[in-house]
Structures are given as structure tokens and as C-alpha cells.
Design a protein around this ligand. Structure first.
Ligand code: AMP
Length: 360
């Protein structure tokens, strides 16, 4: 409630925004915040963070260092996150200044909670069964069939913590992780897309156009618009679910839901209670970016226009060693290169992205 009160009163430019996490999303949030006059500081356990170039201060401490967290929070008018696996318990003392509310983290950090939450709201997740042992997995595969994907309930991202099961005997060959999992039936989809929205404390809500997303090895490769007829026909239903999710969570900020477009309509894949990689195109491709609208929402400012400004937009992720040839993007018309300043181009690591606006 205290935050609600705070946001009915705008946080004045010049105020300090705390960002939990030190990755590229934090970096782009801080750049958007600076444009409209806010200062950012970051809190991250990672020494090799990429927010330092654009934040006034970086607290490098473990999440459970209560003293450091309190000292950080004391400097902030509002605290947000760029990383959805921030443990929730250490955030309890900060609740009066957190946006979005940490209940969004609690819901999204556990795939099982998330799927049940979506089902309660009338949405349709991929078919799933909980798995805590190899025997559970055998039974899950018997029930849902193959192919399917075993996923850890917590801490998975970019295809990590996932094992594909093509035939039943694969169950005997994989090292079933020593942690709670779900087995998901493989969804036969025609395309993938995301719904990205920003919601203000007042309940006002805006959506960006939904891009078609293509993944490679479990990592987003491209997001493009227009997204095509199959996706366009399913956006209304997907948006209605995303709107319900944001209302149910009393959400403030940018929220992303990922969907499979199937013959039977949109199937929910997962949600991210934060700005999202499939929204990076909005920096140059929309009237207001996802990063700026997140800052506006958590500071109690009016949300900006989300219109797409070109007939076509394509965002391509620059992953791993492709970073070494990233400068090639600079030769192309109306193409905007972003590099995140990461020192090592490890395999599968997101190093940057390029957004191309397509006018003909
Ligand atoms: P996730 O990290 O769960 O979003 O998975 C990354 C990507 O793997 C998705 O965007 C899909 O391309 C693919 N994938 C994950 N789960 C499924 C599923 N149940 N059926 C089909 N493809 C999936």
C-alpha cells in the first residue's frame, strides 16, 4: 500500500531508482531512466556486471546480505528488478519501495505456480505433470507421451535446466536433476509470439505490437513485425489473458507473456515479470520503448505511446562469438546496434542485438 501511495505521487526526476541485477536489461533500463532525468544504482552479486558504465553506483553483494541490501534501499526512491530469479525473502524489508510487487516474482519463479496461476485465470499452458524422481518422469511420459521437455521448476532461462525427451527410453538415459521439475508435453506450434504490456499503478495499461519470435537452441534469435496472420488472429485472446495476469498481480511496470500460436489458439508458455528480450525492438521501433515505459510506470509518470513507427521491424540477437563480427550490422540501412559491454563472448551468451527498421 505504501508504494501505491508513493506512486500516486510521482517520483520527481532527479530521484534515484534502484535496479536489482546487473545485466543488459538493467543497463538499458538505466539508459532510459537517464534520458528522463533519473539516476540509477544497481545491486548485483556478479562482479562482471554490465550496468557499471551507466549507473551511478553498483553494490556488489550477495542477495542475502541484509545490511548491504538495506544500505542500497535507503538510497533509492523506488527499487525494481531486471532479473526474475532474485530471491524474494531478502526483499521483504524493501516491500514499501518495490515496483512491481514481489508477488509477481513469487508467481513467475516457479513454473508450477505459474502454470496453475494461469489455469486459474482461464489460460491454457502447455500440458504438464510435476516430476520429482525418475519414476515420476516415467509416469509423466506415459501420461503425456513424447516428445516432451523436462524443465526444472526454478532457475531455468535461455533453454538452461531443460532436457528434451524424444522417446520413452530417453528417460533412462538422462540425469534427472535433484530438484523439483515439470514434464511438459511438446506443443506443436505454427509460430511463437509475446505479449508485452506496461501497467501503471492506476490500472492504466498499454500494449506494444506482438512480435513473432524465433528461438534457436532455446535462446531467442529474432523478434519481428509484422508478425503475420496466424499470430495476429490470436493476439486479442493472448492480450486478454495478459491483462488479467497484470490485474491479478496488481502489477506496476512492464510484463511479458510468451505464447505458442497453435491451430487451437494461443497456448501460454511462460511469463517474465520484467522488460523482455522480445521487446528490445521497441527502443527504435516504437514511439516509447519498453524500458522507458517501465521507468515511467514505477515512477508514477503517464505511460507513453507504444505505436510501432515503421511498417516492419526486425531485432536479431547477437549471441556468443557473433559479437566479433557485430560491426557488420553498421553497414545496413536504418539498423541500430547495441552491444552490452560483456568481456567474454561465451557460447550461448547474449552479447548484444541489432534492430533494423524496414520501410519498404
Ligand atoms: P522456455 O525457456 O521454456 O521459454 O523455452 C525456450 C523455447 O523452447 C521456447 O520458446 C520454445 O521454442 C521451446 N519450447 C519450450 N517448451 C516447449 C514446449 N512445451 N513445446 C514446444 N516447444 C517448447
Amino acid at each position: 500500500m505504501q508504494l501505491q501511495k508513493r506512486l500516486n505521487k510521482m517520483i520527481e526526476p532527479g530521484g534515484t531508482i534502484g535496479i536489482l541485477g546487473g545485466g543488459q536489461l538493467g543497463r538499458m533500463l538505466a539508459m532510459a531512466a537517464a534520458q528522463i532525468g533519473y539516476r540509477c544504482i544497481s545491486y548485483t552479486p556478479e562482479n562482471d556486471h554490465v550496468v557499471g558504465d551507466v549507473c551511478q553506483d553498483v553494490f556488489v553483494n550477495n542477495w542475502d546480505d541484509a545490511q548491504a541490501m538495506a544500505a542500497f534501499a535507503k538510497k533509492c526512491d523506488v527499487v525494481t528488478w531486471e532479473f526474475e530469479n532474485v530471491p524474494v525473502e531478502p526483499l521483504r524489508p524493501l516491500e514499501d519501495r518495490l515496483a512491481p510487487h514481489p508477488r509477481a516474482l513469487e508467481t513467475a519463479q516457479d513454473r508450477l505456480n505459474e502454470k496453475r496461476f494461469i489455469e486459474r485465470l482461464g489460460g491454457r499452458p502447455a500440458p504438464f505433470v510435476t516430476v520429482d524422481s525418475r519414476e515420476d518422469l516415467r509416469q509423466a511420459v506415459e501420461r503425456l507421451g513424447t516428445p516432451g521437455i523436462l524443465k526444472t521448476r526454478r532457475d531455468g532461462y535461455d533453454g538452461k535446466g531443460q532436457w528434451r525427451i524424444d522417446v520413452a527410453r530417453d528417460v533412462e538415459g538422462i540425469a534427472v536433476p535433484d530438484t523439483a521439475c515439470v514434464y511438459e508435453g511438446f506443443v506443436t506450434f505454427e509460430a511463437e509470439f509475446s505479449v508485452i504490456l506496461a501497467r501503471a499503478a492506476s490500472g492504466a495499461r498499454v500494449f506494444w505490437d506482438s512480435p513473432a519470435n524465433v528461438h534457436r537452441d532455446g535462446i531467442l534469435s529474432t523478434s519481428s513485425l509484422p508478425s503475420g496472420k496466424t499470430i495476429e488472429a490470436q493476439i486479442e485472446e493472448a492480450r486478454a489473458l495478459a491483462a488479467q495476469v497484470s490485474d491479478a498481480l496488481g502489477y506496476v511496470g512492464v510484463l511479458t507473456l510468451e505464447f505458442f500460436a497453435t491451430k487451437e489458439g494461443p497456448v501460454f508458455n511462460e511469463m517474465a515479470p520484467r522488460v523482455h528480450n522480445s521487446g528490445h525492438w521497441t527502443i527504435e521501433g516504437a514511439a516509447t520503448s519498453q524500458f522507458e515505459n517501465h521507468i515511467r510506470a514505477i515512477c508514477g509518470l503517464p505511460l507513453g505511446d507504444t505505436r510501432t513507427i515503421a511498417p516492419g521491424v526486425e531485432m536479431t540477437n547477437i549471441v556468443g562469438k557473433d559479437a566479433h563480427t557485430a560491426a557488420n550490422w553498421l553497414d545496413q540501412a536504418d539498423t541500430h546496434l547495441h552491444l552490452y559491454g560483456k568481456a567474454k563472448a561465451r557460447k550461448g551468451r547474449k552479447m548484444g542485438h541489432a534492430t533494423r527498421l524496414i520501410w519498404d
